[in-house]
Design a protein around this ligand. Sequence first.
Ligand SMILES: [Zn+2]
Length: 111
Amino acid sequence: MKSGLFPLPQVRFPASVDSIGQHIALGYEIWASCETMGCNHTVRLNLVFMAKYLGARHGARPQDLKPYFYCPNCREAGRDDRRIGFTHYACTAPHSLVEFACSDQQLAKAG
Ligand SMILES: [Zn+2]
C-alpha cells in the first residue's frame, strides 16, 4: 500500500519522542497555552497539519515550536503575545485501551 500524506519516522526504544512525526506515530498530543496572567488561552495542536507544513522530522520541543505561535487574544489586547507554553500528552484512554484493540482485531477477522 502506498503511503498517505507523509512517511512517519521510525520510533526506536527506549523512545526519545522529539519530532512531530514521532508524536503522531505514538498517538501523542501537544497543547499550546498562553502563559500570560489571566489569559490562559489554550488550543490542541493539529499535528498532522503541522507535519504537512513543517515536515514530520521537525522538532516538537518548545524551542522548536515557539516561533510559529502567538496568542491572538493577547495580541488583540496589546499584551505580550509570545508567552506560549507547550504540554505534551502521551496516548491515553480511550485510544490505548486494550479492549478496543481486541474488539478491532475480532472485527477484522470477522469482516
Ligand atoms: Zn494570551
